[in-house]
Design a protein around this ligand. Structure first.
Ligand code: 5GP
Length: 348
């Protein structure tokens, strides 16, 4: 007989953060920089823990340069050649500490990753990304990569439950990527019926990871700066963004002109667009297909970053956290049935 879990699981949209008495006068007093030491690599990190997703259109070298200026992080997508990496290392050495090289578990992925890390030894982070982090095959892959790269910091995912967070950490990963189904161009929930409400996934996975001195990334589902704050409030050490960083000058994808308006193409890593682009290469990358959408062109990503960081700083002042580190300790979520007043449109 199928089991039903009756505990209510929540998404970002189901909650708001409760304001708390605070001594902070202005959001400029809030420090968003965090430092971590990773469980297995023993390396340390310092920066503002917001990450551009390793998607074709978001995890670009241009994005890494723009985000790096703000101490943000970029997981570079896996379709750049070793030559591209060498060029980046030569022209932008100052941004190498804030990027990860990505890999799936497909054929040739391990060799490609090894070649990049050999050619650019300054890269300290590896992002091992599969749609379904629950397979034995993936766990073994994490172990193999750890054995081959004992001192690199390994990001691995995606999963949504505590027991799998623990298994991946014990297999050698340092940072676990959490999220199945919440992404803006993801169709997993529709195609497979599988998923987990992102806020609850983050709360539960953060608890499991922190018990083992591991870290987590909340990956997917952020639609506005308030959602980024909720993810941090729920206990995420890092927050990964795809859709919110799409549509900018630094995003990959062609600029399209239509009826006097400019758009940029944004697509899921297992969408038809991605499959066609990397013919054969990504067919097995994501279990389920993703969407392809046209995002209105938003100019330089710098404005969006300022907007996001300003929002998170402001959240911190509302709940009395002088540092991002204190945000989750100061967080009480209130369940709501409605969070935005949409009388003048949903996006304002
Ligand atoms: P967003 O910030 O756009 O809501 O979510 C970004 C995340 O969506 C990515 O980091 C990745 O985990 C996930 N994602 C990207 N492409 C696809 C896809 O084609 N299918 C699925 N299921 N998820 C995707």
């Amino acid at each position: 007989m199928p089991r039903i879990e009756n505990d209510i699981k929540l998404d970002f949209k189901d909650v708001l953060l409760r304001p708390k008495r605070s001594t902070l006068k202005s959001r400029s007093e809030v420090n968003l920089t965090r430092s971590f030491t990773f469980r297995n690599s023993k390396r340390s990190y310092e920066g503002i823990p917001v990450i551009a997703a390793n998607m074709d259109t978001v995890g670009t070298f241009e994005m890494a340069r723009a985000l790096g200026k703000f101490s943000l992080f970029t997981t570079i997508h896996k379709h750049y050649s070793t030559e591209d990496w060498k060029d980046f290392a030569k022209t932008s050495p100052e941004f190498l500490e804030n990027v990860a090289a990505s890999s799936g578990t497909g054929q040739g992925d391990f060799e490609r990753l090894s070649e990049i890390l050999r050619a650019v030894p300054q890269v300290q982070y590896i992002c091992l990304d599969v749609a379904n982090g629950y397979s034995e095959h993936f766990v073994q892959y994490v172990k193999d990569v750890r054995e081959r790269f004992p001192e690199h910091t390994i990001i691995a995912g995606n999963v949504v439950t505590g027991e799998m967070v623990e298994e991946l950490l014990l297999s050698g990963a340092d940072i676990i990527k959490v999220g199945i189904g919440p992404g803006s161009v993801c169709t997993t929930r529709r195609k497979t019926g599988v998923g987990y409400p992102q806020l609850s996934a983050v709360i539960e996975c953060a608890d499991a990871a922190h018990g083992l001195n591991g870290h987590i990334i909340s990956d997917g589902g952020c639609t506005c700066p308030g959602d980024v704050s909720k993810a941090f409030g729920a206990g995420a050490d890092f927050v990964m963004l795809g859709g919110m960083l799409a549509g900018h000058s630094e995003s990959g994808g062609d600029l399209i002109e239509k009826g006097g308006q400019q758009y940029k193409l944004f697509y899921g890593m297992s969408s038809e667009t991605a499959m066609k682009r990397h013919a054969g290469g990504v067919a097995d990358y994501r279990a389920s297909e993703g969407k392809t959408v046209e995002v209105p062109f938003k100019g330089d990503v710098e404005h969006t970053i300022r907007d996001i960081l300003g929002g998170v700083r402001s959240t911190c002042t509302y709940v009395g956290a002088s540092k991002l580190k204190e945000l989750s300790r100061r967080t009480t979520f209130i369940r709501v049935t409605e969070q935005l007043n949409t009388v003048f449109g949903a996006s304002n």
